[in-house]
Design a binder for this molecule. Structure first.
Ligand code: SF4
Ligand code: SF4
Length: 420
């Protein structure tokens, strides 16, 4: 039995000055937002959370993955880590936080297609989760990086349920008009439905961009348009496959084949099967494809069909072989930033630890995988921050939801609305 290895990935840009605690390039990957800045500020809590996590899963060895460019973080942590924990420097490439890639980079082990890190004896967590474990209290707030076209790029401590428009205002407001907001990292975001959209437990960051920005125009493209162009313009160069991080791990995914299957492949099942193992990192669509097509969306849509048809990988994990160039074909973050048109925005800002205090929050009853929660409070009831306000239905898997501010419950309709 191989030892369990918690792997913890730290991410923070620190290129301009020591006070800088967050960056736009951090926001490329959503789960890097508090990252290494958190490790510097809350190192003791992070290590305490790591210790608890290691004890709970019975791990004999812990590994903290930190991008090698964060020398200050590595130097600050190095004297403090216990003997059974080591720090592994990682390259500044995308994707780095994807757990399949992270586990490979740190341990050399390949998680099988459709598998979990535990399949290769590893548990992965991130910095914010470790800090929350150490604090041993419900998740009512999120560290949120607000970047792009805002007056004061910053990482804020935001109550769950706060409207993103108010969060942007706390970052000095948008400097572009009209503008759109990407919720999440630039590569795997969704376009905000509006400024009333609430922050959830899984919101990692906000990127504000002018509406005419190329990345926004890309997010605004409709599927019928991408479908039509994809059928006619894909030249089968296979760059999308050659740079696909999951293909490079040896997984049976070949997005150029999914593109081929889009229009006319008679053996569509075979060509679609690999799409099940697409992690939707968007590298193929936003970086690799010279024709500006959308193989990621094709893979994402084919996944559903492949599941319906009962397709799946039938190979043996021990036969998996990473591509010989797996380490050479990684995309440097600075090149990705340039391709996305993000280098023109301020890349750094401070971390503000004081929680924002909105007058109203709308805390969604569904924020993560599992069944939507059912409210345990009633309209008109008073609640205190941290109180339980919703739980998964009996017998269903999910996570409890807690009040993020103290106040009175005003409304329950898909979300619990609390006014301070
Ligand atoms: S990179 Fe673009 S053009 Fe080339 S095979 Fe993939 S989808 Fe087609
Ligand atoms: S989005 Fe594209 S590059 Fe990323 S895993 Fe899926 S097919 Fe590969």
């Amino acid at each position: 039995m191989r030892p369990l290895i918690p792997v913890f990935w730290l991410e923070r840009e620190c290129q301009e000055n020591e006070r800088s605690q967050n960056s736009l390039s951090d926001s490329i990957e959503q789960n890097g937002v508090v990252g290494a800045g958190g490790a510097l500020h809350y190192g003791a809590e992070m290590l305490a959370g790591l210790r608890t996590a290691m004890e709970r899963v019975g791990a004999r060895r812990g590994v903290i993955g930190v991008k090698e460019k964060y020398e200050d973080v590595i130097q600050a942590l190095a004297p403090r880590v216990p003997q059974d924990v080591e720090i592994t420097p990682l390259r500044d490439v995308y994707p780095a936080g994807d757990e399949f890639i992270l586990v490979f980079d740190v341990t050399g082990r390949v998680i099988p297609p459709g598998g979990l890190p535990l399949d290769v004896g590893v548990v992965v967590s991130n910095v914010e989760t470790l800090i929350n474990i150490a604090r041993n209290r419900p998740v009512t707030h999120k560290y949120l990086t607000v970047a792009g076209a805002v007056a004061e790029p910053v990482t804020l401590y935001v109550p769950v349920g706060m409207a993103i428009g108010e969060v942007i205002a706390a970052a000095g407001g948008a400097t572009a008009s009209p503008f759109e907001v990407l919720v999440g990292g630039a590569m795997m975001a969704h376009l905000a439905r509006g400024l009333e959209e609430p922050v959830t437990k899984t919101t990692g960051g906000l990127i504000v961009l002018p509406r005419e920005h190329a990345l926004i125009r890309r997010y605004l493209r409709s599927w019928p348009a991408m479908d039509r162009i994809g059928k006619s313009a894909c030249d089968q160069c296979s760059f999308c496959t050659e740079l696909c991080p999951r293909y490079l791990l040896g997984h049976p995914i070949e997005p150029h084949n999914a593109m081929r299957a889009l229009g006319f492949a008679p053996d569509k099942d075979r060509l679609m099967m690999g799409t099940l193992y697409c992690c939707e990192c968007n590298l193929c669509s936003l970086f690799s494809c010279p024709e500006d097509l959308d193989p990621k969306e094709v893979c994402a849509r084919d996944k559903t069909l492949a599941r319906e048809r009962g397709l799946g990988w039938q190979g043996r994990a021990e036969d998996l072989r990473p591509h010989p160039l797996v380490n050479q074909r990684r995309i440097p973050t600075h090149r990705l930033m340039a391709k996305l048109g993000l280098t023109g925005f301020r890349n750094v800002g401070p971390l503000e630890d004081r929680p924002l205090a909105p007058r109203r929050v709308a805390i969604p009853l569904k924020q993560h995988v599992g069944a939507p929660c059912v409210a345990t409070v009633r309209t008109g009831e008073s609640v205190r921050a941290g109180d339980l306000i919703a739980s998964p239905p009996a017998g269903k898997l999910g996570a409890n939801i807690h009040a993020s501010i103290s106040g009175r419950v005003r409304e329950i309709d898909g979300a619990v609305v609390i006014e301070a």
